[in-house]
Design a protein around this ligand. Structure first.
Ligand code: ZN
Ligand code: ZN
Ligand code: FE
Length: 742
C-alpha cells in the first residue's frame, strides 16, 4: 500500500485521495463519512470505476489517512492509495456523492461473507427487530456474489430486487452513519425473504434423526445430526454413489476442538471470515463413524449465515451437524427450489427453502494447513470472485481449465479471476454450468478476452469450447500449467524448476500419459528434465479406481507377472489383467505419481478398489506415523527417469502401516535426490499437482529441499489439483500472447 509519509501533509489543507481496490459494497463510504465527521473534515467521496475518490479539507488529514490505513472495514481490500495536495476551497460538511459511471467497470463484486459479530448480536437479542431473523446482514457481511446478476452492484441487479424495503430498513439504507448504509441485501422480518419452515421445526427434524435439505448461500446442503450414526448411515445410503467424507458444522471454535485435534493455525483458518471447511485430524469416537467414511481426518466449518447460526442457538441444539453439498454424484449443486423438490425428494425427509433466488452456484471452500499455513483445496464461497494478484499486467485471457474439478480463469490487468469449481465436465448439467459461468464472469468483469487457453487433451469438452469461441487458441500442456499456477500466485519469474506430482495429463507429445514430471518452466515453454519411470495402466483410465491393477502393473514391471492372477485372486478379472500386461494390450504406460501411489496402496492391500480417484492414497497417508527411508529404494537412469521399483518390491507382503511410512519417506527422499541430480543446485522449486494435497508428502518435500538449501513454493491460493489449472493456463497464455503479439 503506497501512502506518502504523513509529515509531508502537515500543512496541507485540502487533498485529493484516490483509493484503488475492492472498496465498493463493503461499507467503505459510511466508514469514510464517519471518519470525516469525527475528525471535523469537510469535502466529499464517491465511487469510481476502480475504487473510491475522496476530497478532504481541514486540519486532521494525516489522522484521516492513518484511519484509512488501519481501520478500514473488514471486507475492504485496499490495493493502493494516491494522495495529491490541492488549494483549499473552503467547503462545508462532508458529502457522499453519487457514483462516477463513466469508464470501464474495473471494480468487482466481493465474495459472500460470513455473518459479522454485530449482525449475530442483532439476531441473538430478543429486543432487536431482527431477533431470530435468518436473512440479517449489513455492509460488513452477507451475500454478494451468489445473489448478483450483473454490475453495478445495486439491489435491482440482485435477487433482492423483488423485496421492497420497509420504512425502517430504508432509513438504515439511507443513513451514512448506519452500518446498513447502502447494504444492498438489507432486510428485516417485515420486508425480507422468509423461510419455508420455522427454526424450531428444522431443529425438531434434525433431533429426530431426519435428513434435511437446507437452502444455503450458494446451494442446498444435506444436513443431519453428525453424532447419530444411524442417521448419517442413512444419508450415505440414500446418496448412494457418494463415498466421500462429509463435512460437519459446529457452533464455535470451542466445540470444534472437542471433535478434532486442531493446531493454532488450523483454528485461525476455521475462524477466517471466509469460513472455509478446514481439514484436520478427527478425535477418535467424537463423531459418527460414517461421517468421515473411514478416514482419520475430518472437515469442520463454523456457521456463516444467520440461518445456520440459528440452528446452534436456543433450545434443542445438536453439537455437530453434517453439512454436505446437495448434489447428485457428478452433477452441479442444486440451487433452485423446484429442482430441490425434484432431485432431493428421495434423499431428504424435509426440504427447507426460502423465497430469495440463488443466482450463482457456489460450494463451500476447503482448506488444509500445510507447513504451517492454509492451502486451498477447493476455492469457492468466500474466496470467489476475489482476484489473485499477478506480477504484472497481462492481456485479457480466458482459460478454460481441463476436465475434472473444473474451474475457469479470466485475467484483467494485473489480476486473475478464478471461478468456483464447476464440476467434472462429463455431465451435461455441468456443461451448461460451464457456459453459464464463463458468460457470468466475463460480464461481471466487463472483459473481452483476446485469446483462450486450454489443455492439450482433444477429448475434453473445454478445448472444444475454446475452439468455438473463434479466438486465438493457446494450448498449454497440463503439468506446465500446474507449475505455472504456482508461479502465477507466488509471482515467480521464469525459468523456474517445477515438480508436478499428479494424476493424469496428456504429455507434451500429445500422446503419452504424464503425471510425475520434473520441468523447467519459463515464459514461453518448458523443458522436461525427467519423469517417473512409467508403469503400465491396465484397462486405461479404469485403473485410477482400481489400485490393485496398478499393483499388478508393478508386479509386471518387476518381471513377476506370473504371480498376478494368484496375488490378486480375490479381485475379479485378475487373470485378464495379467494377460493384458503380458501382451501389452490396453495397458498404456503412464509416468503418473498418482498411479504410483495407487500401486503402493494395491501392494499393501489399502483400498484395493476405490470409489473415486485419490481415495486409496488418502487412506495410505492416514496410516503414516513416521516416514522411513529405504536407502536403496530408487534408481535414476541416464535419461533422468526416476524408478521406485525397489521400493514397490519391498512393499509386497509388508504390514500396511510400516509400508505407508516406507513409501512416503522413500518417495520424498527419492524426489529430492532426483531433482538435485537432474539440475544444478536450483535456488527454488515450485510444487504442484493433485498429490501435493497429501500433507505428509508436501511437508516432507518442503523439509527435504530445505535441508539442501532449496526453497519450495506450494499452491496456496488455488488448489494443487486440477482446480488450479486454469490460473496456470492463463498465465502461460498471457506470456505467450504478449510475446507473439508484441
Ligand atoms: Zn453484518
Ligand atoms: Zn424491513
Ligand atoms: Fe492435473
Amino acid at each position: 500500500m503506497a501512502t506518502q509519509p504523513t509529515s509531508l501533509l502537515q500543512d496541507v489543507e485540502r487533498v485529493h485521495i484516490a483509493v484503488r481496490g475492492a472498496v465498493q459494497g463493503v461499507g467503505f463510504r459510511p466508514f469514510l463519512w464517519n471518519a470525516a465527521q469525527d475528525l471535523g473534515l469537510s469535502g466529499w467521496a464517491r465511487n469510481t470505476s476502480d475504487g473510491v475518490e475522496i476530497e478532504l479539507e481541514g486540519l486532521s488529514i494525516a489522522q484521516f489517512l492513518g484511519r484509512l490505513n488501519q481501520d478500514a472495514p473488514p471486507l475492504a481490500r485496499i490495493d493502493d492509495i494516491q494522495v495529491k495536495a490541492l488549494p483549499p476551497e473552503g467547503s462545508d460538511g462532508f458529502k457522499l456523492r453519487s457514483s462516477e459511471a463513466k469508464g470501464a467497470v474495473t471494480t468487482c463484486i466481493t465474495p459472500d461473507m460470513a455473518t459479522c459479530d454485530d449482525c449475530l448480536a442483532d439476531i441473538s437479542d430478543p429486543t432487536n427487530a431482527r431477533f431470530g431473523y435468518a436473512f440479517t446482514n449489513c455492509t460488513n457481511c452477507g451475500p454478494r456474489y451468489t445473489i448478483t446478476k450483473a454490475l453495478p452492484y445495486d439491489r435491482a441487479q440482485t435477487s433482492m430486487a423483488d423485496f421492497e424495503m420497509c420504512a425502517p430498513c430504508q432509513t438504515e439504507y439511507d443513513d451514512p452513519a448506519n452500518r446498513r448504509f447502502h447494504a444492498q441485501p438489507n432486510a428485516c422480518p417485515d420486508c425480507g425473504p422468509q423461510l419455508s419452515h420455522s427454526i424450531a421445526d428444522i431443529k425438531a427434524a434434525l433431533q429426530s434423526g431426519q435428513i434435511v435439505a437446507l437452502k444455503g448461500l450458494g446451494g442446498f446442503h444435506l444436513v443431519v445430526d453428525a453424532t447419530n450414526e444411524a442417521a448419517v448411515a442413512t444419508l450415505r445410503q440414500r446418496k448412494a454413489r457418494d463415498a466421500k467424507p462429509f463435512a460437519i458444522m459446529v457452533a464455535d471454535r470451542w466445540s470444534a476442538v472437542s471433535f478434532a485435534e486442531m493446531s493454532p493455525a488450523e483454528q485461525a483458518a476455521l475462524l477466517d471470515q471466509r469460513r472455509p471447511i478446514v481439514i484436520c485430524k478427527a478425535l477418535a469416537g467424537a463423531i459418527a463413524p460414517s461421517v468421515s467414511a473411514g478416514l482419520p481426518t475430518i472437515g469442520i466449518m463454523l456457521p456463516y449465515t444467520p440461518l445456520q447460526h440459528l440452528l446452534f442457538m436456543g433450545e434443542n441444539v445438536l453439537p455437530a451437524l453434517v453439512m454436505t453439498s446437495a448434489n447428485l454424484s457428478g452433477q452441479p449443486l442444486v440451487i433452485d427450489n423446484e429442482e430441490a423438490e425434484e432431485k432431493l425428494g428421495d434423499i431428504a425427509d424435509l426440504i427447507v427453502t426460502y423465497n430469495r433466488d440463488i443466482v450463482v452456484r457456489c460450494d463451500d471452500s476447503v482448506v488444509r494447513v500445510i507447513d504451517g499455513a492454509p492451502a486451498i483445496f477447493r476455492r469457492a464461497r468466500g474466496y470467489v470472485p476475489a482476484p489473485i494478484k499477478l506480477a504484472q499486467e497481462v492481456p485479457p485471457i480466458l482459460a478454460v481449465g481441463a476436465h475434472l474439478k473444473h474451474t475457469i480463469c479470466i485475467t484483467r490487468g494485473d489480476e486473475a479471476f478464478v471461478s468456483q469449481p464447476i464440476g467434472d465436465l462429463e455431465d451435461l448439467g455441468v456443461a451448461g454450468f460451464f457456459e453459464e459461468t464463463i458468460a457470468h464472469l466475463t460480464s461481471l468483469l466487463d472483459v473481452t478476452p483476446e485469446a483462450v487457453a486450454c489443455d492439450l487433451h482433444p477429448d475434453f469438452l473445454s478445448p472444444r469450447h475454446a475452439e468455438q469461441t473463434g479466438l486465438p487458441v493457446i494450448k498449454v500442456q497440463h503439468h506446465h500449467a500446474h507449475i505455472a499456477s504456482v508461479m502465477a500466485e507466488h509471482r515467480l519469474a521464469g525459468p523456474c524448476l517445477g515438480l508436478a506430482l499428479d494424476g493424469f495429463g496428456l504429455g507434451g507429445d500429445g500422446a503419452s500419459s504424464w503425471g510425475g514430471e520434473l520441468l523447467k518452466v519459463d515464459a514461453a515453454g518448458f523443458d522436461r528434465l525427467g519423469a517417473l519411470a512409467p508403469l503400465a495402466q491396465p484397462g486405461g483410465d479404469a485403473a485410477a479406481r482400481a489400485p490393485w491393477r496398478m499393483a499388478a502393473a508393478a508386479f509386471h514391471a518387476l518381471g513377476r507377472s506370473p504371480e498376478i492372477a494368484e496375488q490378486f485372486g480375490e479381485q475379479s478379472g485378475a487373470d485378464v489383467i495379467q494377460a493384458m500386461l503380458e501382451r501389452s494390450v490396453n495397458a498404456p504406460e503412464t509416468s503418473s505419481a498418482g498411479r504410483l501411489f495407487d500401486a503402493a496402496c494395491g501392494l499393501l492391500g489399502v483400498k484395493a478398489t476405490a470409489s473415486y480417484e485419490g481415495e486409496a492414497p488418502m487412506f495410505l497417508e492416514g496410516l503414516v506415523t513416521k516416514p522411513e527411508i529405504m536407502p536403496d529404494g530408487w534408481t535414476i537412469d541416464a535419461d533422468g527417469r526416476l524408478s521406485l521399483l525397489p521400493l514397490l518390491e519391498a512393499l509386497i507382503g509388508c504390514d500396511p502401516e510400516r509400508g505407508a511410512n516406507l513409501f512416503h519417506g522413500t518417495l520424498i527422499a527419492a524426489l529430492v535426490d532426483w531433482t538435485i541430480v537432474r539440475t544444478d543446485a536450483p535456488s527454488h522449486v515450485a510444487l504442484s499437482g493433485g498429490c501435493l494435497q497429501n500433507r505428509v508428502l508436501a511437508e516432507g518435500l518442503v523439509r527435504g529441499f530445505k535441508a539442501h538449501g532449496i526453497e519450495t513454493y506450494l499452491p496456496r491460493q488455488v488448489p494443487a489439483n486440477d482446480g488450479g489449472l486454469s490460473l496456470g493456463q492463463a498465465w502461460v497464455a498471457a506470456q505467450t500472447f504478449t510475446t507473439a503479439g508484441g
